[in-house]
Write a protein that binds this ligand. Structure first.
Ligand SMILES: C[S@@+](CC[C@H](N)C(=O)[O-])C[C@H]1O[C@@H](n2cnc3c(N)ncnc32)[C@H](O)[C@@H]1O
Length: 203
């Protein structure tokens, strides 16, 4: 809807289906870039007629991106927070938009180093409602270490690694992508940039 989004299309369809079935009140996203993912999330809440806000956090919201996001028709459903997603004051600012009883989905798409994602997982997991998800995107880095523009360190320094370590330390979260609701093929694996990304809160 008018803003660039930096995701693989299949992940967006899977996300759309997950959001539809979850019906969150608030979606918190780290990593705004051009605002495409914020606008997509807001469009889903609007289309469902359910959900209040999409809260975006980015260490740098470039002025032309801010201007375009603020001018978007869906901006009334979007809040922008500028700062390091793991800084306690920024996490508190994001959390301040959540009301008691809200169903909350959190999507992490900022700095993709294992260390940063682990810090984000620790910082945001308490906001995730049981039954909802904490999504550590872009774990595909682990399979791209040797391709052009990849880095050898990505084999272990990636969000999927962080998600696995987080799940091992937090038994209330399991790595479990949302079920495919419609599948007339024999396939059971998504073409995804988000392997081992979906941490479902069980309790
Ligand atoms: C992959 S882009 C986000 C893409 C967006 N979610 C989308 O789907 O189009 C990553 C963003 O994370 C931001 N970022 C990097 N380090 C960060 C940090 N420590 N805290 C918050 N944001 C950060 C960058 O400024 C960049 O805009």
């Amino acid at each position: 809807m008018g803003r660039p989004i930096i995701q693989h299309p299949e992940d967006l369809v899977r996300l759309q289906e997950a959001v539809y079935h979850l019906k969150p009140d608030v979606i918190i996203e780290t990593g705004i870039a051009h605002g495409g993912s914020l606008v997509l999330s807001a469009s889903l809440l609007k289309a469902m007629g359910h959900g209040r806000l999409v809260v975006g956090v980015d260490i740098e919201i470039r002025p032309h991106n801010r201007k375009a996001i603020e001018a978007h028709e869906l901006f009334p459903m979007i809040r922008l927070i500028e700062g390091d997603s793991t800084a306690p004051a920024i996490v508190a600012q994001a959390a301040s938009h959540v009301r008691k009883g809200d169903k909350v989905l959190v999507i992490l798409d900022s700095n993709h180093s294992r260390a940063h994602v682990l810090k984000e997982l620790e910082a945001y997991h308490r906001l995730v409602t049981p039954g909802s998800y904490l999504v550590a995107t872009d774990g595909i880095m682990r399979d791209l270490a040797t391709v052009p523009r990849g880095q050898p360190g990505w084999k272990t320094d990636n969000p999927a690694q962080a998600a696995k370590e987080f799940a091992a330390a937090h038994p209330e979260f399991v790595i479990e992508p949302p079920a495919w609701r419609f599948n007339e093929s024999e396939l059971d694996k998504a073409i995804t940039g988000w392997p081992d990304a979906w941490l479902r809160r069980t309790r």
